[in-house]
Design a protein around this ligand. Sequence first.
Ligand SMILES: [Zn+2]
Ligand SMILES: [Zn+2]
Length: 137
Amino acid sequence: FFIYRINMIKGSCCCGVIKFEISTVPDMMGTCHCSRCRKLGSSTIVFIKKESFNLIQGKEFIEIYKPESPFSYVRTFCRKCGTALGEIGSESESFPVPVNCLDDDPGLRNQFHVFVSSKPVWYEIADSAPQYQENPA
Ligand SMILES: [Zn+2]
Ligand SMILES: [Zn+2]
């Protein structure tokens, strides 16, 4: 027998009422410099496969924020501590979650920067990942 041991990657909100784990390395990691992501404190995100995501506890604390038009991306956050949780628990095959929420090394590093045209002057990009002024087509 070969026994494959999967090391779960754990994640949680700041206050700890929301805990989750992912069973595979996320699909990708990227940084969005748009004002929306910046204000939510969720600029660097990982895309998590729905099938690899498991919410351990705290479903009742996940609050949904639906922005007004022209903005369309729904965001979630912890109702108790305010931690931004991206689109955690989305029905999409793969959904973004701020890498800040992870407690373990996700096994990949930042792969791109988008909306660099909206980046504030005080933020200096310190990695060599490709940069896009807007969203790449
Ligand atoms: Zn919390
Ligand atoms: Zn953004």
